[in-house]
Design a protein around this ligand. Sequence first.
Ligand code: CP
Length: 351
Amino acid sequence: MKHLIDLDDFSLEELNGIIEQAVEIEKNPMAFHGRMTGRILGTLFYEPSTRTQMSFQTAMLRLGGQIVGFDDPQTASVSKGENLKDTVKVVSNYADIIAIRHPLEGSAKAAAQCADCPIINAGDGGHLHPTQTLTDLVTLMCEKGRLDNLTIGLCGDLKFGRTVHSLIKTMLRYPNNRFILISTPELTIPDYLKKAIEQANGSYTEISSLEEALPLLDVLYMTRIQRERFESLQEYRRQKDVYKLDCNKLTHAREDLKILHPLPRVDEIDTDVDDDPRALYFVQANHGVFARMSLILHMLGTDDPSPVMAGQILDRDCANSRCITHQEQYLKHYYLDTPSGPACEYCDCHE
Ligand code: CP
């Protein structure tokens, strides 16, 4: 089985093939209708979603397949205390492929260990969101024409922003991309990602001023400050209004800037910006359907399996309180060897 937990699960050749196919589908979606007739997508959404869930469902329906699933764990047997393993084990015999979103980090990897069908990570807590990144890559390919030689500004919640983490990891695989990381000191990217950039000989600058960064950028990736990730409401309130993109600030940006946002937006982009031709976030959400159509076709059309766990089992608890291993007690504690010591294979915690 081929799972998608992290886009690193795909070779660069595979990834580029999925992007190219998405662009082809977008030109003529009806040509692909019927390719998934008789196949079923399961959507297990333990956390709210509009775009990811509905674009996955739309993608499967447009391919001629069908869908089952839940979007509120309170309406499923999860509310009766069923663990992740049992839910995934059962649904993976009803469906041919499952997209799962869960508030805990490493949950998709945990699901893949017990599933009898391919698992797609549709967002695991503040960790990764690979299908959003696939959407972002299709958007950049269609709207910018390339995935390399880009100066990419990422602004907002870089600490808990799973879309940011996946995007940085993936854009590092294309040559000469540079990252300008715009955040408060409290919401900078995790250390493991800084190390990943350094190990890939990538370049990043951390700054706190959006105004200073704007003139330098080919791409601005705005993100929401996510109330649901903060342990303290007071800290959320201190962070939530720091960055706001408006038309006035955009006068300092390049004419060919591309403004992306995974959405949902709260206040971090003024609605007046929506009319600026550089604002692509609604176009981006639309590309997501074709990206996911291409992904489903690839995953159900390949015999190339992906190993689920590669690390060794250690008798120690993960230091990340948001790691799935703390909720699902039956999980074995896998760790990968890294230059800075063992890292939890579920959530990438290096502590
Ligand atoms: N971009 C994204 O993940 O949006 P949803 O939370 O609405 O799925």
